[in-house]
Design a binder for this molecule. Structure first.
Ligand code: RIB
Ligand code: CA
Length: 319
C-alpha cells in the first residue's frame, strides 16, 4: 500500500535516475509528481532524461513538469564532468512517448499540493530553484507540505568546492530561501551521500546481466567521474540521490542531529551549509548575535550497506 505521498524535484543526472527508479519501485512511496530543474544538465536534457527513466522503470503516468532553466542569481553551471554531456553518464535510454505537462514546475507543485487531501513530502534532489520560486510565488502551499527532505549541503567537506555541495552551491539563494521557510527540513548531505555505494564487481555484474533494469542500474553505478585535473577516472558506485529516498522509508539507518544550519552566501565559502554542532553557544551569541539559522534534522552517519541492500532489493536486483 503506497502510504507516503511525495513530490520529487530532480536534475536527472546519473544518481537522480537511481533515485527515480527506487522511488517508483518502492511499495510504500506514492510519487504524485516530478518536477525538473537545470543542474547536472540543461533543463531540456533533465526533462528528457526523467521521462526516459520513468519508461525504464515501467512507471505509471506520473506528471512531470519543467521549471527553472538557471539558478536565481548565478548562471547555469552544469556538472557534465560528473554526469556526462547527456546527463546519464554513458547510458543511452530509448526515446519515450511520455511528454511533460503543459505547465511550469511551480504550477505542478502548487496544484499537486493543493489538490491533495493529505500533506505531501517534498524531496529535493537538485538545486532548490523550483522550491524557492514555489515558496515565493505561492506561500499558501507551505501548510500543505509535510516536510522537505533535501539531498544537499554538508556538515564537513564539499564537492563543488572545498566546503560547498553541488546542489546548494549551484543556487545558494534558493537553498537559503527554503531553509528559512519555517517548513520542517531534513538534510541528507555529503556526510552520508558519500558513504552509500555498490561494489564495483556487483555493478559490473548487473551491467553485464540479463535483466534490462539491472543493465541500466549497472551502467549508472559504473559511471566514472573525472575527479581531478589529470582526469583520473575513479569508480564510485554511489547510489547518490537514491540514498535520500531510502531515508524516507528507513530513517533508522541514519544518525541524525537537530542542528542550526545556514547557507553562506558570500566569499570563498559561498554555497556552504554551516552546521552548528557545538554543544553550547559561543562569542557569536555574546557579541552581536548570530543571524538567521534554521533548525534542521541533519543526517551525519548511515549504515551504508543497509541502504545499498535496500536500494538493490527494492529494484529486484541482488548484489
Ligand atoms: O552533490 C551531489 C548532488 O548534486 C546530487 O543531487 C547530484 O545529482 C547533483 O545534483
Ligand atoms: Ca541530483
Amino acid at each position: 500500500m503506497r502510504t507516503l505521498p511525495v513530490l520529487l524535484d530532480v536534475d536527472t543526472g546519473v544518481d537522480d535516475a537511481l533515485a527515480l527508479l527506487f522511488a517508483v519501485k518502492h511499495p510504500s512511496i506514492d510519487v504524485r509528481a516530478i518536477t525538473c530543474v537545470a543542474g547536472n544538465a540543461s533543463l531540456a536534457q533533465v526533462i528528457q532524461n526523467t521521462l526516459r527513466v520513468l519508461d525504464a522503470a515501467d512507471a505509471p503516468a506520473i506528471p512531470v513538469a519543467g521549471g527553472a532553466v538557471r539558478p536565481l542569481i548565478e548562471a547555469a553551471r552544469s556538472a557534465s564532468h560528473v554526469h556526462g554531456e547527456g546527463g546519464l553518464g554513458g547510458l543511452e535510454l530509448p526515446s519515450t512517448a511520455r511528454l511533460p505537462e503543459p505547465v511550469s514546475a511551480v504550477e505542478l507543485m502548487r496544484s499537486t499540493l493543493m489538490a491533495s487531501d493529505e500533506r505531501i513530502t517534498l524531496v529535493a534532489l537538485a538545486p532548490q530553484t523550483n522550491l524557492a520560486l514555489l515558496l515565493r510565488t505561492h506561500p499558501e502551499v507551505a501548510d500543505r507540505i509535510e516536510r522537505i527532505v533535501f539531498m544537499g549541503g554538508s556538515a564537513s567537506v564539499g564537492n563543488a568546492t572545498a566546503v560547498a555541495e553541488f546542489n546548494v552551491w549551484h543556487d545558494p539563494e534558493a537553498a537559503a530561501i527554503v531553509l528559512d521557510s519555517g517548513i520542517p527540513i531534513f538534510m541528507y548531505g555529503l556526510d552520508v551521500f558519500n558513504q552509500v555505494s555498490v561494489e564495483q564487481d556487483a555493478a559490473a555484474a548487473l551491467g553485464d546481466g540479463k535483466d534490462p533494469l539491472g543493465r541500466i542500474v549497472g551502467s549508472l553505478l559504473s559511471n566514472r567521474v573525472a575527479l581531478s585535473e589529470d582526469a583520473t577516472l575513479t569508480y564510485t558506485g554511489l547510489i547518490g540521490d537514491a540514498g535520500a529516498v531510502c531515508a524516507l522509508v528507513d530513517p533508522d539507518a541514519l544518525v541524525v542531529e537537530r542542528r542550526p544550519v545556514r547557507v553562506e552566501l558570500a566569499g570563498y565559502g559561498r554555497g556552504q551549509t554551516i552546521v552548528d554542532r557545538r554543544r553550547y553557544s559561543g562569542e557569536d551569541v555574546l557579541h552581536g548575535g548570530i543571524g538567521n539559522w534554521a533548525v534542521v534534522d541533519v543526517a551525519l552517519d548511515v549504515d551504508a550497506e543497509r541502504y545499498a541492500s535496500l536500494f538493490l532489493e527494492t529494484l529486484g536486483l541482488s548484489a
